[in-house]
Write a protein that binds this ligand. Structure first.
Ligand SMILES: NC(=O)c1ccc[n+]([C@@H]2O[C@H](COP(=O)([O-])OP(=O)(O)OC[C@H]3O[C@@H](n4cnc5c(N)ncnc54)[C@H](O)[C@@H]3O)[C@@H](O)[C@H]2O)c1
Ligand SMILES: O=c1ccn([C@@H]2O[C@H](COP(=O)(O)OP(=O)(O)O[C@H]3O[C@H](CO)[C@H](O)[C@H](O)[C@H]3O)[C@@H](O)[C@H]2O)c(=O)[nH]1
Length: 339
């Protein structure tokens, strides 16, 4: 079967392409390289011994997308392509709505006219906002997200539910918690662009001396050590969930399926716990200072991922320290490429 993977050279997409190829799917990647680099394609080939087909263009260009569907018998899509910087989405909301929603609709139009099913969407636990109860399961009520980025994820989910209902198609909405780590080969990982927003990339750059100190945004939260709590999920575990969600859609005898899964470990870790685990895992020091809270941050979010375990037979079981070790190895790899 041939799967279109949009954003397949990005962080989560590239790891998922590896898992798809290892599971004998044919892969067609469309990625405009707006947040990724071409060498990732070679590294995917080095890891798997297989070369995915790659088209470098912007998915907003309908005519090019149309040609891809003409050229390949596409059996499903995993749609990673999106802008994802929360802060930037507040400054450029129209760019976020345009990129994250028009691209989605363009692909779905092709699915509609060509009668294709099996669509997997990258959603986020940001759709829950600050949930009233932890852990968060799929029936936890959604709240209005703080950012335009978060709103594109909620809207994307609604578009897909309507699409599945109206056209009798199979879709899976995967709500990721906080993905971290890199491929064990150290050939794939998150590419740092400017000053990292996310915790683990910032910790990594601090440990390697690129940043002087980590700013811990607040230690006065109502948590055990006062720092905010998240559910950090290893990216390879997350990638595997996509293959399992896809296999479930493909093998379902139903005409219409709307699956929704939380993808997390079920365990919350505080910012300080992540810093300490990083130091232990990699034998490095991470200097930090406590700062004021970051605007828009929630106190705590961790998943109840039992539904994914029950229905997909999937569980994120890589320990935090192991995931953090791969991050450090990826950083060393990036540094070795620079010299
Ligand atoms: N990383 C996270 O913390 C996180 C958490 C929850 C959800 N998500 C979602 O998961 C998906 C993948 O995230 P990621 O961390 O791998 O991001 P990423 O930026 O590394 O990957 C996205 C890829 O899509 C490409 N892309 C963006 N717009 C495009 C367009 N118009 N046409 C073609 N290609 C385009 C980029 O070049 C990039 O390679 C995104 O939809 C993101 O919103 C990410
Ligand atoms: O330099 C930093 C960076 C982060 N943090 C703290 O670390 C925690 C995690 O922050 P991240 O920015 O890594 O992750 P968020 O949970 O804030 O947001 C991320 O995960 C969300 C889903 O939970 C969305 O998907 C969003 O796109 C993605 O950026 C937060 O308490 C944050 O305040 C710091 O203390 N210092």
């Amino acid at each position: 079967m041939t799967i279109l993977v949009t954003g397949g050279l990005g962080y989560i997409g590239s790891h998922t392409v590896v898992e798809l190829l290892n599971s004998n799917f044919e892969v067609v990647i469309v990625d405009d390289l707006s947040n990724s680099e071409r060498f990732i394609l070679n590294n995917i080939e080095e890891i798997t011994g297989k070369k995915p087909i790659f088209y470098p263009f912007d998915l907003k260009r309908k005519e090019l997308l149309n040609q891809v569907f003409d050229a390949h018998q596409i059996d499903g899509c995993i749609n990673f392509a999106a802008y994802k910087a929360v802060g930037e989405s507040q400054e450029k909301p129209l760019d976020y709505y345009e990129n994250n929603l028009f691209t989605l609709i363009n692909i779905l139009q092709e699915f509609k006219v060509r009668n294709i099913s099996n669509f997997i969407f990258s959603s986020s636990c940001t759709v829950y906002g600050q949930a009233d109860v932890q852990p968060i399961d799929e029936s936890t009520p959604m709240k209005t997200p703080e950012s335009s980025y978060g709103k594109t994820k909620q809207m994307g989910e609604e578009i897909l539910k309507d699409f599945a209902e109206a056209h009798h198609r199979k879709v899976s909405l995967l709500r990721y918690f906080n993905p971290i780590g890199a491929h064990p080969s150290a050939k794939l990982g998150e590419l740092p662009l400017g000053i990292p927003n996310n915790l683990v990339p910032y910790v990594t750059q601090t440990a390697s001396g690129i940043r002087e100190k980590l700013n811990i945004w607040g230690n006065d939260y109502p948590t055990e050590d006062g720092t905010a709590v998240r559910d950090y999920i290893y990216v390879v575990d997350l990638a595997k969930a996509h293959v399992q969600a896809l296999q479930k859609l493909i093998s379902s005898g139903e005409e219409k399926v709307i699956d929704i899964y939380n993808l997390g470990t079920g365990k919350g870790s505080s910012v300080l716990e992540v810093v300490q685990a990083y130091e232990r895992a990699n034998g490095v020091e991470v200097p930090y200072q406590i700062c004021d809270r970051r605007a828009g941050d929630i106190t705590i979010a961790y998943a109840n991922a039992n539904k994914a375990e029950r229905e997909l037979g999937w569980k994120a079981d890589t320990p935090l320290e192991e995931a953090l070790r791969t991050t450090w190895q990826w950083q060393k790899y990036l540094e070795s490429r620079e010299v």
